[in-house]
Design a protein around this ligand. Structure first.
Ligand code: CTP
Length: 413
């Protein structure tokens, strides 16, 4: 199922240099299946011509409030109503000031004032303009009005200065737009996740690790954020793009991951601000007893013995600690098990031992399941003894479905 297919976006383009970058935003939305109608301010057309907007969006450009050919001057009402989401990008300081004060002296601002549904703003301006008290006031007013923001980001600005003010990346704007449109079933909830492998160092150049890519954890984090949850993601070394909106905490070893998770557990269970803990990380079970301070050299010997000791088991410890909490205040606990044969039998034993509410089992010997691929084939075991076999799906789809399953089982807030 393509989320974007049939979605209608009205894109309001302000008059800033970043107007050039919204051409990629239009392309990105259209490629995904959405329809895009562009409304621009007079100043926007100084940067990109109406013809270019028309050509890229495939639809006429809307720039005038008084165009008699467009439904007798009622274009601003129609554009505000007949769309799923209004995105303002780039939102200049001037456009935000007008929005915050309800001005409506051109098509873009009149349409924004007539809008009753969701609006997403992606600002872009010079850092001094962004930090000016007037802009701060306008941002606060717009947030209080329920307008959502995406960015700006920090970096090199077109004016040659450095700082906050860059238009957010196109992918980030599209992902944030999606979150504006998804049902917010997890609004006010907080999920803590682990993902990826851990690395256990042998010497300054070598380590023991595993094939985990982190993709499964990323898929779940994405699904939870789309449903409106706050997400804290403690992850090992992965080669994946950062997820906008997630609080990502990067660690290397199992002991670092353990320390971070336990710290977060203590803080959030004390304030009852943790709703689910989902531990997908492939934590290394063992680490070298000694990390050599220097590179281990080849010797005449043909073997090298490395003594290993057990790492702490994060899931086991969270399962143990959660038992001391009152049932209604216990975060929902999900573990993963990657097995090679007899997966369900081993999974059931693991679930009982680690005291999870759900254990997601996959058999690495099955086609489509495994660490590095894009897909997974899983079976869900729950503490009531139920078993649910899911078909082969992308890791993102498994993540979204798992998030929906957890959402349905959470205690009422
Ligand atoms: N896990 C963890 N900390 C560890 C080891 C595992 O949190 N040190 C978690 C994983 O994130 C996963 C679950 O425990 O959710 C299952 O991991 P797995 O390695 O399959 O379990 P083990 O208990 O190590 O069992 P075995 O090695 O016998 O398969």
């Amino acid at each position: 199922m393509n989320f974007w297919l049939g979605k209608e976006i009205t894109l309001v383009v302000g008059g800033g240099i970043a107007a050039c970058r919204v051409l990629d935003l239009i392309r990105g939305l259209k490629t995904r299946g959405a329809g895009v109608t562009v409304v621009g301010t007079e100043a926007a057309t100084q940067f990109v011509t109406p013809l270019t907007f028309h050509a890229i969006s495939g639809r006429p450009f809307h720039g005038s409030l008084f165009d008699p050919s467009l439904e007798g001057g009622m274009d601003h009402i129609r554009l505000a109503r007949e769309t799923d989401l209004v995105i303002v990008a780039p939102a200049t300081a001037d456009l935000m000031a007008k929005m915050a004060n309800g001005l409506a002296n051109d098509l873009a601002t009149a349409m924004l004032l007539a809008r009753k549904g969701p609006i997403l703003i992606a600002p872009s301006m010079n850092v001094a303009m962004w930090e000016h008290p007037a802009t701060r006031r306008n941002v606060a007013t717009l947030q209080a009005d329920g307008v959502r923001f995406c960015g700006p980001e920090s970096g090199a600005l077109a004016c040659g200065e450095e700082g906050m003010g860059r238009l957010a990346a196109v992918e980030t704007i599209i992902e944030t737009a999606r979150r504006c449109l998804e049902p917010q079933t997890l609004s006010g909830r907080h999920f803590l996740l682990t993902a990826g492998p851990t690395r256990e160092e042998l010497d300054p150049v070598r380590y023991i690790s595993n094939h985990s890519s982190g993709k499964m954890g990323w898929g779940i984090a994405q699904g939870a954020l789309r449903a409106g949850a706050q997400v804290t993601l403690v992850h090992g070394p992965v080669n994946l793009p950062s997820i906008p909106g997630a609080l990502a905490i990067k660690v290397t070893s199992a002991r670092e991951m353990y320390a971070q998770v336990m710290g977060l557990w203590e803080t959030h269970t004390a304030t009852q601000t943790l709703d689910a803990v989902i531990l997908t990380a492939a934590v290394a079970d063992f680490r070298p007893v000694v990390k050599s301070p220097e590179k281990i050299k080849k010797t005449a010997a043909t073997t090298l013995n490395v003594e290993l000791e057990a790492n702490p088991d994060i899931l086991l410890e969270i399962g143990r600690r959660s038992q001391s909490l009152v049932n209604g205040k216990r975060p929902f606990l999900v573990g993963f098990a990657a097995e090679t044969g007899s997966a369900l039998e081993r999974g059931r034993e693991k679930m009982a031992r680690k005291k999870c509410d759900i254990l997601v089992v996959n058999d690495l010997f099955e086609e489509g399941a495994g660490f590095e691929g894009e897909t997974n084939r899983v079976t869900l075991l729950d503490s009531a003894g139920q078993e649910e076999v899911w078909p082969l799906m992308s890791k993102d789809a498994v993540g979204a479905r798992l998030v929906a399953t957890i959402a349905a089982r959470l205690h009422p807030p």
